[in-house]
Design a protein around this ligand. Structure first.
Ligand code: HEM
Length: 357
């Protein structure tokens, strides 16, 4: 999954989901009084990311982009929200409260719902694979089929792996997409340059492929800049497990926990002049200012770096290029600017999607 060449294999599946996503935007726009507004676009991105990653992992569509989300998929979405909510209590309250207060039971119940949903889809897939094998046919498929048919993992490991990937792959990409659109909507110049770049490579309404995306440096820069300003995983940690180390003239004993604050380093003026501004061009090759390669590492680094990075990038690039191909983005003129916990950044509420340029 980490290799770009492997991720490219999912282009067809992701594009299928992007097409449904664009269709659902059209429906939502028509439903508003002005006919061109999408209220709560973050929610549509959430459903898009969910559908995309589920399709990749389970090789099955789960209907998150349909007008009425199937009850089982809705229950799964609600369970993730609830599990995350109760996980805050689990992490801050002492263990002796677990059996005394209801939060821990609810936390576990929602985890069970998440696993049950995943396991059901995995079992359905297993039955299909088995039926093919019984008929002496070749087994073809992507991620899940590979895991299930390679025999390298136990069923419990497959369940754990797939459910974890599913959880890691939704809020991450959907939030980044929201921020990218938010800034594009507020900066017509950047938006216009991006439209020209996309339209040069894939004119009209042709569907971009992974090879087309490789020729779109500004598109990639837009996503990198959104991730620099709003790294969805705010901190990363590592423990020095093997030996004492000396760093910057300071000595740290073995078993020291180091936490990297992505927000801090990626908004440091020494690395990024005008650090609080959305300036995708700083990532383009002709940019004169060269920053430290570790100054923005939103996907982490090393053997425990993000497993889904290439998939996430492909999903975001394919989605933004198709949106920009079809719509002009404008902020909701009546939208409010609420402040989130990073000083000076406003939370994206809704975007106005008008017809193409
Ligand atoms: C904008 C999108 C995403 C961002 C910014 C992101 C970021 C991260 C970061 C910072 C880590 C920790 C890395 C480290 O400690 O060095 C991580 C781990 C992980 N991510 Fe992502 N992620 C994204 C999307 C995804 C997607 C789509 C998937 C699933 C397909 C995914 C699956 C995982 C998994 C399984 C891990 C744990 C890896 C391990 O512990 O070995 N992520 N991600």
């Amino acid at each position: 999954m980490l290799k770009p060449a492997e991720a490219v294999l999912y282009t067809g599946a992701i594009n299928e989901v992007v097409t449904d996503f664009i269709n659902s935007l059209d429906v939502l726009r028509k439903e508003t009084p002005s006919g061109d507004m999408v209220n709560d676009i973050s929610n549509v991105f959430y459903r898009f990311a969910f559908e995309g990653i589920s399709y990749i992992l389970f090789e099955t569509r789960i209907g998150c982009l349909e007008k009425k989300i199937p009850p089982e998929s809705q229950k799964f979405i609600d369970s993730i929200g609830a599990m995350l909510k109760y996980s805050i209590y689990v992490s801050i309250l002492p263990a002796w409260t677990h059996n005394k207060l209801p939060y821990y039971r609810l936390y576990l119940e929602n985890w069970d719902n998440i696993f049950n949903f995943g396991i059901k889809l995995i079992e359905q897939k297993m039955e299909k694979i088995q039926a093919r094998l019984d008929r002496g046919e070749e087994v073809q498929g992507e991620y899940l089929t590979y895991l299930l048919s390679s025999g390298k993992l136990t069923k419990q490991e497959v369940n754990g792996s797939v459910c974890e990937l599913l959880l890691a792959g939704v809020d991450t990409t959907s939030n980044t997409l929201s921020w990218a659109l938010y800034h594009l909507a507020r900066d017509p110049e950047i938006q216009k340059s991006l439209y020209q770049e996309v339209n040069n490579i894939v004119p009209g309404d042709s569907i971009p492929t992974a090879e087309d995306i490789a020729k779109m440096p500004l598109l990639k820069a837009v996503i990198k800049e959104a991730l620099r300003l709003y790294p969805v995983v705010p901190t990363n940690s590592r423990v020095t497990v093997e030996k004492d180390i000396t760093l910057g003239g300071y000595w740290f004993p073995k078993d020291t926990l180091f936490a990297l604050n992505h927000y801090q380093i990626s908004r440091d003026e020494d690395n990024f002049p005008e650090a609080n501004k959305f300036l995708p061009k700083r990532w383009l090759r002709d940019n004169k200012v060269k920053n430290n390669p570790f100054s923005s590492i939103p996907f982490g680094y090393g053997v425990r770096a993000c497993v889904g990075r290439r998939i996430a990038e492909l999903e975001m690039h394919l989605a933004v290029s198709r949106i920009i191909q079809k719509y002009e983005l404008r902020p909701d003129p009546e939208g409010v600017e609420g402040f989130c916990y990073v000083q000076g950044c406003s939370y994206p509420k809704s975007s106005r999607l008008t017809s193409s340029f």
